[in-house]
Design a protein around this ligand. Structure first.
Ligand code: SF4
Length: 111
């Protein structure tokens, strides 16, 4: 299990498709397609682990927020709160993007 943000390199499937798929308005809609695509993703395991340990939004690692919540209850896992890096759409889940965003936030906070 990992708490740290995966070292995404752009090869994740969600970075190559429509980002909105990973933020369905209900589990029955586009979520089914996103979950299926996740199963083909080389990042499935680290992505799922991260999302289980951190309170992120949308579909991560082939699971919806509700599914992750149920798994946490069974495994007695308390997720870390939502951090700024997780506000990115899946297509931008890259270390570079997160780094730039955090730098910009630091600049604003330190002005
Ligand atoms: S949400 Fe995670 S497992 Fe699914 S496609 Fe994106 S990186 Fe891969």
């Amino acid at each position: 299990m990992q708490n740290t943000y995966p070292e995404f390199d752009g090869s994740q499937v969600c970075a190559q498709t429509e980002p909105d798929l990973w933020f369905p308005t209900s589990d029955r809609q586009t979520g089914r397609l996103a979950k299926t695509l996740c199963l083909t993703c080389p990042w499935l395991e680290p992505c799922f682990d991260y999302a289980l340990r951190n309170d992120v939004v949308g579909i991560w690692g082939g699971k919806t927020e509700r599914e992750r919540s149920n798994i946490r209850k069974k495994r007695k896992i308390k997720p870390e709160p939502l951090y700024l890096d997780t506000l990115f759409a899946p297509s931008a889940r890259s270390k570079v993007a997160v780094g730039r965003y955090n730098e910009a936030v630091d600049e604003v906070l330190n002005d």
